[in-house]
Design a protein around this ligand. Sequence first.
Ligand code: ATP
Length: 220
Amino acid sequence: MLKISDIQVVYNQTPILDQFNLDIEAGEIVGILGPSGCGKSTLLRAIAGFVELAKGEICLNNACLCNCKCFMPPEKRGVGMVFQDNSLFPHLTVAGNIAFGLTKLNKTERQNRVNELLTLIRLEGMGNRYPHELSGGQQQRVALARALAPKPSLILFDEPFSSLDKALSEHLAVEIRQLLKQQKTAAILVTHTQREAELMCDRYAGLEDVYANNWIETAA
Ligand SMILES: Nc1ncnc2c1ncn2[C@@H]1O[C@H](COP(=O)(O)OP(=O)(O)OP(=O)(O)O)[C@@H](O)[C@H]1O
């Protein structure tokens, strides 16, 4: 479903990812670990379309997202994102945040999809609250609902639990896995914490081990 072939990203003449390959199947959840600065976020940014490739190609569902000739803009890629600080819009309600990317739906369809997602993340009745009226874990679930809303085939998670405590992070890792599997959505989780990868992913590896195709399958 996602096919990353021989990519290289260059910042200020320094290659960060070089001859990097990764294939992900539909609905598969993959974890990437590794020391600070090794290029994990750069990989997600390249998939999302926030950095250009110096070499190689990224394809999603047989469509080319980018190579040396083409560059599909981020909003056209159909890739969802959940970040560390959840980046919810503070001036929009929970429902408004979830509905943000649903511009192609009419009002009724949009409302139905928002209600469906509020049920999925178990925040029914909280659609009118603002992000600051939610706990950190609830905010991260809303960020996930916002990413899931347009039904992307892939969601990128960049250290989504790093502002939460260990117990809540591990609880959310399991819960988010279940939600992704229910929605048949593939995901890449970037994290520093092996336990989160074990709980949320089907397989994981350090970025260096991805080059050698040396993955650890989880029991999740
Ligand atoms: N816009 C940029 N311009 C120049 N160098 C950059 C840029 N973004 C990242 N880098 C450098 O690229 C390298 C990889 O950064 P990246 O953010 O991908 O690492 P990471 O593995 O995600 O790190 P962390 O775990 O600390 O988030 C680092 O050395 C970083 O300083």
